[in-house]
Design a binder for this molecule. Structure first.
Ligand SMILES: [Zn+2]
Length: 109
């Protein structure tokens, strides 16, 4: 059975918050679970692309958003426009920084 490979992955999803230290990890607000190995290119039934308008409102609300492609915090609206619209970078409105969720997930040992 053929699988359709798509460019949809967590890093450009509205519901995904990347971990601030581990770039291949993050938290999915839709599944309410930790996501690892983002580069596999899996498609997800909950995937919804982060849109410029959403990123912009997050920026206005919190004063910053995060560019996953550059690994930089963005604080200016024109910066956001450049990264997202002109360069097509993946922007995250939220960054996941709570290590306690990680610890829960790896409490097996
Ligand atoms: Zn960027």
């Amino acid at each position: 059975m053929m699988e359709i490979l798509s460019s949809k992955n967590c890093s450009s999803c509205l519901f995904f918050s990347p971990h601030i230290y581990y770039r291949n990890m993050g938290f999915c607000a839709k599944k309410r679970e930790l996501v690892v190995n983002l580069d596999k290119g899996r498609s997800c039934p909950y995937y919804e692309e982060e849109e410029y308008e959403n990123a912009l409102s997050a920026l206005r609300e919190k004063g910053w958003v995060y560019c996953l492609s550059c690994g930089e915090t963005i604080t200016e609206e024109n910066e956001l426009f450049q990264h997202m619209k002109l360069k097509g970078h993946a922007i995250a409105g939220n960054i996941f920084i709570d290590d306690s969720i990680l610890e829960e997930s790896y409490s097996a040992d």
